[in-house]
Ligand binder design. Structure first.
Ligand code: NAD
Length: 493
């Protein structure tokens, strides 16, 4: 069993390459701080090109043996990993809160969603099968097979450090590939603890590896000839860069980007329920979610009543350290990001939105160095406003009256993003129209956050996604394997 040291100012975050822990060789460093307290947690050194090359070489060597192991043997470490993750879920959740700033309940929920992906990948022996047909032609049998491709890498964002790596890792290795994770340099502590458990789960050396770093490390992975494919999750400008660069290098690539998600509330909706779900969707994880619905389009006849319900619920949110009981909204990842969100609030005011609730003056006693914002609610937000168009990634939401569900769908579809949307209604015909016409990857009806279970794919449309095969579920099998056909004739004579 690995000894777990609580993060302190001296924690030095290391790479895990070829089964060994090693500090990266690069010249850049990042200091890590607890977003709720401002306390130093440690530091991470970025990986050099040589560090990346060592990991890719180890991955290529490991691939030879790993890919030819019987599939049943490949999934055994995943079963062990599931148990280890469950046994350590509380401890991981506490670390995640200190590393990220979200609440303990949110951290536990995130880890559960990650473990779900390990469980699904344990079903690879069935999921990886392809079709076959006897007598496809005279005396000829044909069968389709799926083959792993080599070394894959995933580059992940700060906002779900315990879950997003698991959208990829379990499927990559279960299908027979080796895998390298490059987590966010803003909060890499959870990835390191995950990899201590991965080490304990008993994968052969080089099958699963961890390299830390920033832009140069990412580019070294994307440009390396030994990497077969890249999964990326992060902001839209970077997703687009990664997609173009990896594709130009002849690699498979899936790149999930940012979002601007809408909620539509009709006059037949259960307004209290819709208001409660709206607040949790916009403010969970302090709004730092790609599924946060922060623009709410409300049928005019119920707009005022709904706005009052939303403000009432937003006012009751308790902001604080995510480790403390009763906290509803934790800290934002960094002081720089908090400042960015404040600037969006200023822009909303300058552009003429009505402030229904101002969350900027929040004070959390005993945590004067934390990055906190309480919910800000804007009314009369028009389509042209910046806060209506751009991803804010903070606890800020905007309400707009609309004439009809048709108007709301048209406005939702005009966004350049297409990650997620929700409709609250009591009318089936509205729900059908929303599902048919929504140009969005995840559509929820009477559900605040449309996050699919791990056995379904997860990904957006338009500027929220670049590529074709999404994260999670069956799409991952297609991404991590290529197909071949065997055509055989064995005549009697
Ligand atoms: P980010 O784009 O800043 O960073 C993501 C990763 O890319 C990090 O590992 C970072 O080191 C790396 N990176 C950053 N700039 C780079 C560059 N110029 N070249 C190469 N690599 C670079 O994103 P973030 O702030 O960590 O995460 C928040 C964003 O992620 C939001 O936009 C959010 O919507 C998005 N997100 C999307 C999904 C989804 O499924 N679509 C899920 C979670 C988060």
């Amino acid at each position: 069993m690995v000894e777990v040291a609580p993060p302190d100012g001296d924690t030095e975050v290391k790479n895990y390459v070829n089964g060994t822990w090693k500090t990266a060789d690069g010249s850049e460093h990042n200091t890590l701080t607890n977003p709720a307290t401002g306390d130093a947690l440690g530091s991470v050194t970025f990986s050099s090109e040589a560090d990346v090359d060592a990991a890719v070489s180890a991955g290529e060597t490991a691939f030879e043996g790993w890919s030819s192991l019987p599939v049943e043997e490949r999934i055994q470490p995943l079963f062990r990993l599931k148990t280890l993750l469950e046994d350590h879920q509380d401890e991981l959740a506490e670390l995640l809160v200190q590393d990220h700033g979200k609440t303990l309940a949110e951290a536990r929920g995130e880890l559960r969603r990650g473990i779900e992906n390990v469980e699904v990948a344990c079903g690879i022996p069935s999921m990886m099968q392809s079709g076959s047909l006897l007598n496809a032609a005279p005396e000829i049998d044909e069968s389709a097979v799926r083959k792993p491709l080599g070394v894959f890498a995933a580059i992940t964002p700060f906002n779900f450090p315990g879950m997003i790596p698991l959208w990829f890792l379990p499927y990559a290795v279960a299908t027979g590939n080796s895998f390298i994770l490059k987590p966010s340099e803003q909060n890499p502590l959870v990835a390191n603890r995950l990899f201590e458990l991965i080490d304990e789960a008993g994968f052969p050396d080089g099958v699963v590896q961890l390299v830390h770093g920033g832009v140069d490390t990412v580019n070294a992975l994307i440009d390396h000839d030994g990497v077969a494919g890249i999964s990326f999750v992060g902001s839209t400008p970077v997703a687009k860069l990664i997609y173009e660069r990896a594709a130009a290098n002849g690699k498979r690539v899936q790149a999930q980007g940012g979002a601007k998600n809408h909620i539509i509330v009709t006059e037949t909706a259960d307004l209290e329920f819709a208001a409660e779900k709206t607040i949790s969707s916009a403010c969970a994880c302090a709004g730092e979610r790609c599924l946060a619905n922060d623009i709410v389009l409300v049928e005019e006849s119920v707009y005022d009543e709904f706005a009052d319900l939303v403000v009432e619920r937003a006012e009751s949110q308790v902001v604080g350290n995510g480790l403390e009981d009763g906290t509803d909204i934790g800290a934002l990842i960094s002081a720089e990001h908090e400042q960015r969100v404040r600037e969006y609030i200023d822009t909303g005011i300058e552009e003429g939105a009505t402030v229904l609730l101002d969350g900027r003056d929040v004070a959390v006693e005993g945590h004067e160095n934390g990055n906190f914002l309480a919910p800000t609610v804007f009314g009369d937000v028009t389509q042209e406003m910046t806060i209506s168009q751009e991803e804010i990634f903070g606890p800020v939401l905007g309400l707009s009256p609309v004439d009809s569900v048709d108007d709301a769908i048209e406005r939702m579809n005009a966004s350049r993003f297409g990650n997620a949307a929700s409709l609250f209604t009591g009318r089936g015909a509205d729900a059908r129209k929303f599902r048919h016409e929504g140009e969005i990857g995840n559509l929820g009806v009477n559900v605040g956050t449309s996050a699919p279970m791990a056995f379904f794919h997860f990904g957006g449309w338009k500027d929220s996604f670049f590529g074709d095969l999404h994260a999670q579920g069956e799409d991952m099998i297609h991404f991590y394997t290529d197909k071949a056909i065997y055509i055989e004739r064995w005549p009697d004579a």
